[in-house]
Design a binder for this molecule. Sequence first.
Ligand code: PSU
Ligand code: MN
Length: 311
Amino acid sequence: MTTQPTEPARFRVEEAVAMALSSKRPIVGLESTIFSEFGLPAPANREALDRCFRAVIEGGATPALTGVLDGVATVGIRHDAAERICGPARKTAVRDLPVAISQSWAYGASTVSASVALCAKAGIEVFATGGIGGVHRGWQSTFDVSADLDALSRFPVVTVSAGAKVFLDLEATLEKLETDSVPVLGWRCDEFPAFHARSSGLPVPHRVETAEEVAHIARAHWDLGGGGILVVVPVPKADALEFEPLSKAVEAALGAAATQGVSGSAVTPAVLAALVEATGGDAIPTNLALAENNARVAATIAGALVRTKQI
Ligand code: PSU
Ligand code: MN
């Protein structure tokens, strides 16, 4: 009898996260794209990583950073790999995951969609990001709808985000979430937050006040066979940008991206970079503050979910 060659490990849950899972302690998933060259410019990306890790830990949970490293889809990338995480990457959504694994990409930075998929596979119930991708303006002709929305509807994970960026079509994004049966919960707010700004003028379908409420809604959703839940948290007041000047900056950013002729997965990183420029860098501290705040809220929700599981 011949022995089969050993398959290389393609999916790994690192030890700290594996231990937290087996002892039923709270865990918060984190994406890597926001920390890579596609998210925030250096050195803000490194600061974001440090602050998010700290917020999760101080909130009593274990951080589970996701990404593909040397062809291994990894959940729980350690903080000591921070330099690599903040370095050059290939943007990796769900559709790219099998390729990143098979072609052994050195570093595939996971977007929200890939991170939520990996969290679900590992059994992690809560995930924090800055802002989700959504339906792009002009979707009628480009068909550009982020795979984040599809992942939110498919995988049973609570995603915590500061809403979505104003360069998207936020109204269409909310419509798509409704079509896909994703409960959207406003964290102590009545309006869908516009990432840098606390509100967009669009109402959220439901408002919640506590992590326990979110946990009960999630359990009920999952009992009924539901997929993901989106919790939207407005950026803290002290760090928010005003909606009006922000909209102007967005127009400028979209114009700049269109002039460069970018399309597909390059659109979001290009507009993000142009937006930082158009706000004279004002967008960066706001982005850092909201990412940290989301990680903190996610940790409290992870704690509440663990408690409801034990009932
Ligand atoms: N929104 C942000 N910052 C980001 C992203 C979105 O405010 O860094 C990243 C996330 O990783 C998100 C991805 O999942 O962009 C969405 O890309 P696309 O629009 O190509 O689906
Ligand atoms: Mn797209």
